[in-house]
Design a protein around this ligand. Sequence first.
Ligand SMILES: CC(C)(COP(=O)(O)OP(=O)(O)OC[C@H]1O[C@@H](n2cnc3c(N)ncnc32)[C@H](O)[C@@H]1OP(=O)(O)O)[C@@H](O)C(=O)NCCC(=O)NCCS
Length: 181
Amino acid sequence: MSDPSWQIRPECAEDAPLVELLNAVSFGPGRYAKSAYRLREGVDPVAGLSFVAVDGSDLLGSIRFWPVAIGMDKSLLLGPLAVQPGLRGRGIGIALMKHAIAAAREQGYPSIILVGDEPYYVRVGFARLAPGRIKFPGPVDPDRVLGLSLAQHNVMLTIKGEVRRARIDHFVSASGAAVAG
Ligand SMILES: CC(C)(COP(=O)(O)OP(=O)(O)OC[C@H]1O[C@@H](n2cnc3c(N)ncnc32)[C@H](O)[C@@H]1OP(=O)(O)O)[C@@H](O)C(=O)NCCC(=O)NCCS
């Protein structure tokens, strides 16, 4: 990392409110309406793959992943990825992704998918998936469906099917509120 004043470390429980605030500022209320959010509903982010960029006690950026299944294969959904508005363009987003992708590879995940801007994510190895190969639970722009294989063979050439939640941690009411128990 070229700027020694900040570092990347695992997200801890105390970071969560600041991460939520950063995501709210970065994505707005519309984030809940996105197809990718359907895959996060009632599911906790993958433990061990949430990282924050910090400068002392200041939160600079955050990355989280959600567990998904695609057809018969397990995969990861990257995002949200967000950097504080005043600190963008300094390499924090790319550094967070490189760090997290290396951790996902070490932890044995075969692939990562996301819905995002190809010109940005191509910088860390993502490529557009063939249209129709994977199907999200709702409309997505096919040009923004990207994948990265972490396996020795290119999983992205064979992966196909519906993208689903890999597990459900909490029941969610029709209004979207978590239901106790
Ligand atoms: C997208 C985001 C995480 C990038 O973080 P960042 O720390 O500014 O990114 P980096 O500094 O690592 O990379 C900056 C480079 O990527 C480019 N870039 C940033 N966002 C881009 C995008 N959406 N499409 C294409 N290029 C992009 C910048 O132009 C810059 O290019 P340069 O190095 O040639 O100057 C940040 O802008 C952000 O939080 N945006 C709001 C939330 C968001 O949109 N998240 C991504 C969801 S798809």
